[in-house]
Design a binder for this molecule. Structure first.
Ligand SMILES: Nc1nc2c(c(=O)[nH]1)N[C@H]1C(S)=C(S)[C@@H](COP(=O)(O)O)O[C@H]1N2
Ligand SMILES: [Mo]
Length: 327
């Protein structure tokens, strides 16, 4: 790695708690009293943007699909994170390296949105987001989320099991991996004008991981379409892995026989690998992974192996001693 690039998540993350979460709180609550207020409050401060963001969410053509039935198989060991925290504290480097990108993310056009399925499949195809939503069995799941930076949340995602999308894609038996590619649009995403990042954002899974019950494609959050800052219209939720694996704003899924090189692995392979399974006993080279900070309350709780999801996924990694499974 010739150059060492400072990433947001290299900063001590307690310093990154954005004051604006608290500053936005009052107006956020006011927004609940009716979107009619949005017009009346159009003076240009950030708090009004929150109202605008919520208006966009309810203008989302998929809004009528939500809420969807909850799958009770997935339970939590902690309270849900407050919605306002989960949707105003984000990682989305396309829009910058700070946690406060939710305003900027509103610039991303999410309709029309086409997903391309390509590579080692019976027949490559493109599918529009509306069509995809209509074909997939939508459900809600309460999942924990553990960022490699050691903050964590617990949220109700809506979406569908990734295995359904794998079935739709009909991969050939030669396909061993899925390569997920996020949108590329530097005109609206100014983080993508920074040329030292290997855009677009790429992530990967084995086909076996993608077929695991836990692997989830997200289309909604808190019973509504997923906000742009959280990855609309389509992102992953892989709760046993560090958060960077759960790529947002997906436009392409390629089936391949080569292990994909992910965005962070390409930037800093000594610190961010392919497997990235959560393990409190394997520290990041520059910080401990033993505990995590809950968004909103700032409570510190112990981190669990596979983020507590070992019963679902531990078998995937049996007998893989040679691999760097936990970073
Ligand atoms: N395309 C894209 N996907 C991404 C990221 C990103 O920068 N770009 N950040 C990742 C990281 S590090 C985390 S922790 C989660 C954050 O998801 P959230 O903002 O919904 O909590 O998104 C992941 N997906
Ligand atoms: Mo993360």
């Amino acid at each position: 790695m010739p150059i060492k690039i400072k990433k947001g998540w290299e900063l001590p993350e307690h310093r990154a708690t954005p004051e604006d979460i608290y500053m936005n709180r009052r107006r956020f609550l006011a927004a609940g009293s009716g979107l009619i207020a949005a017009g009346a409050l159009s003076a240009c401060d950030g708090e009004d943007n929150m109202i605008a963001a919520q208006a966009e969410q309810s203008a989302d053509p998929s809004a009528d699909l939500y809420p969807v039935p909850r799958n009770e198989l997935f339970t939590l060991d902690r309270p849900l994170t407050a919605e306002e925290d989960a949707i105003t504290y984000n990682n989305y480097y396309e829009f910058g390296s700070s946690k406060s990108i939710w305003r900027k993310a509103q610039a991303l056009p999410i309709r029309p949105w086409t997903v391309t399925i390509e590579g080692l499949v019976e027949r490559p195809f493109e599918i529009g987001i509306e069509d995809l939503l209509a074909r997939m069995p939508l459900e809600e799941r309460l999942y924990r989320h553990r960022c490699v930076e050691a903050w964590a949340m617990a949220v109700p995602w809506s979406g569908f099991a990734l295995s359904h999308l794998v079935d739709l894609a009909k991969p050939l038996s030669s396909a061993k991996y899925l390569r997920f590619v996020s949108f590329e649009n530097p005109e609206v995403a100014d983080g993508q004008r920074a040329s030292w990042y290997p855009w677009p954002y790429v992530e990967g899974l084995t086909v076996e991981e993608a077929r695991n019950d836990l692997a989830f494609v997200v289309t909604g959050l808190y019973g509504k379409p997923v906000p742009k800052q959280n990855g609309a219209p389509l992102r992953l939720a892989l709760p046993w892995k560090y958060g960077f694996k759960s790529a947002k704003g997906l436009v392409t899924i390629e089936f391949t026989d080569k292990r994909p090189l992910s965005f962070w692995e390409e930037l800093q392979g000594s610190e961010y690998g392919f497997w990235a399974n959560v393990n409190p006993e394997v520290p990041h080279p520059r910080w401990s992974q033993a505990s995590e900070r809950l968004l909103g309350t700032d409570e510190r709780v112990p981190t669990q192996l596979y983020n507590g999801y070992g019963a679902f996924v531990a078998d995937l990694y049996k007998g893989m001693q040679g691999e760097r499974l936990y970073m």
